[in-house]
Every structure is written in C-alpha cells, then in structure tokens.
Design a protein around this ligand. Sequence first.
Ligand code: MRU
Length: 347
Amino acid sequence: MDNIRYDEKTNSLYIVDQTLLPNEEKEILLETAEEMYDAIKLLKVRGAPAIGICAAYCLYVLSRKIETESGQDFCAKLEKDADYLNSSRPTAVNLSWALKRMVALAKANSAMPVEDICSLLLAEAKAIHNEDIEMCRKISEFGLTLVKDGDGILTHCNAGPLATSRYGTALGPILLGTERGMKFHVFADETRPLLQGARLTSYELYKAGVDVTLICDNMANTVMKNGWVQACFVGCDRVAANGDTANKIGTCGVAVLAKHYGIPLYVLGPTSTIDLNCKTGADIEIEQRNPDEIKTMFYSKPMAPAGVKCFNPAFDVTDHELIAGIVTQKGICRPPYTESLAALFKD
Ligand code: MRU
C-alpha cells in the first residue's frame, strides 16, 4: 500500500492513516482543506518528505475547487490555501518547500487558462513525488557505503517508506542492503511520546524481514555500551546551513551518546530538507505539541495528574559537531558543513 496515493480517475487523494498503525492498515480520503490540515497536524501523514509530497497533492486537489476564470485571482486563492496548509506544522521545511514550489509554478503561468494551470499543478505534484522516490534510492545507495554486513545500526523515530516514498532515508540503506542479502541488526528507539519507532519503524523493518529489536529511548546507552551499535542513522526535518539538524525529539540525546562511545551518527535526507535560510539550528522553529500526548495518549487511563505542567517539543536540534556525515541524494557531506552543504546548491 502506498502511503500517499492520488487516484487520477476520481481526482481523489488517499493517505495511509499512520496513527492507526501497526494495528490497522487503512487508507483515508482527503477532500477538504480542513481534513488535509488535520491529517498533517495530527500526524496521519508524517515524516518531512511525506508531508511535502502530500501537501503538493492537497494543493492540487484544492486548486480544482477554485471557482474563477482569472489566473491572477486563481493564484491569490491558491496562495491562501497554501498558507493554511503550511500553518499545520512549522519544523519540517519540506512542507513549505513543496507548497512554495507549487504556488511559484502557478504564478509563473498565471496567463494560461485556469484549467491548464491545474494540469501543470498535478504534473508538479507527481514530479515532487517521483523525485522523492529517486532521491531515497540514491540516499540509500550512499548510506549503504557507510556500513558493512553484520553491523548493528540504531535509529530514532521513523524515516522509512511511510515517512517518504519507497525506501525511505534513514531506513533506506538498511532496506536496500537487506534486498541485496546483507544482514544488519537494527535497534529501533520507541520514540516517546508518539511512538513512531515502535509503531512504524519496527513495523516496517519487521515486515521487510530485517532483524530489528525495539528498545525504549532510555536503553540506547545500554546497547551502545554493550558494543552492539556500529552506526546511528537518523532522518531530518530541517538542516541549517552549518549542519545543525532538527529531527524528532531525542535525536540529540542519541547523538551525544554516540559521540561518547565513538559511534558515527549520520543524518540522511534529501536536499529539500536543507534550509540555507537558517544559518544555525537556533533559527529553526520547534513545534510544541499537546500535553495529552505525554499524559494520556496510548494509556488506558491517565498517567499524570490532569493539571500537571508538560513540556512537549516535537523536535530537537543536534549540533553539527555531533554529526559524522549528512547523506543526501547528491552525496555524503562532511564537516565543515557550511562549505559542503552550500556546494550542493552550486549547480
Ligand atoms: O513528528 P514526525 O513523526 O513527523 O517526525 C518525523 C521525524 O522526525 C523524521 O525523522 C523526519 O521527518 C525524517 S523523515 C524521512
């Protein structure tokens, strides 16, 4: 089942509702702007590249509902829809990246009949989707050069096919290597509070026949200390120009531990996740989420006093000094990142 599926015959956009996994594999239809906003906000579709791909299709579906014959008017309404979708989550840059790309295309062709602009938008959404498949494949190939058969790999959150398309980013080398007969032992952090590691990563790897062991986040130290981990592979939601990387809350803790034990931590992601407008991680907005995700969600009864204060940032920033390499579809960037990341955008 594809995580994001656009059905051309019916002009319908479907996503696999990731909040139901691993217990139920169910597609849901996204028709209205509110349903689309909620799907992103509530993590029914999640993972930086997948959010971008989904948002591009969402904007196309919404574009078909705009009633006007004026290209200018059409673009103004499209931009409003894009701003609304973009306000659903702030940290993953792929969301604004994909929406900006769609709006820019419409504006550049605003002299065309509205019907034709819509056709261009569909082609662009498909292109964003197909490019991601290709990028994941290349990232997987580059990532595979960083590990050897039999290695133990620790990962945090979910950066697999559900979060992207096909292979995924951080899970890509593992899935590609497994297809080629290599054996890895993967430790998947459960990833509190929303359990993307338990619900999604262990589900994807287990289904693919990978030797995966699920651990609580606070067990990462133990498996590293035991010598069971040779590399850490994590995804990214926004990479600043100096290499500081925002990813799921807890990633920075993994990176600090990895540094302590001399284990390389690699960040894997497409160039669309690199935001040169952010000079350092301090410029990255971190999403704050509902305290109930900590206190009540996934529990049969509340596990904290109803009124207790909670701090629930969805992401943290890993300092570039803790990152051994940033793996993109164009190759592996090494420190100093200010130079190696900028070089990716030169041609
Ligand atoms: O809140 P989420 O589940 O969208 O967070 C996802 C992550 O942090 C992923 O590691 C990141 O988006 C990379 S996905 C290839």
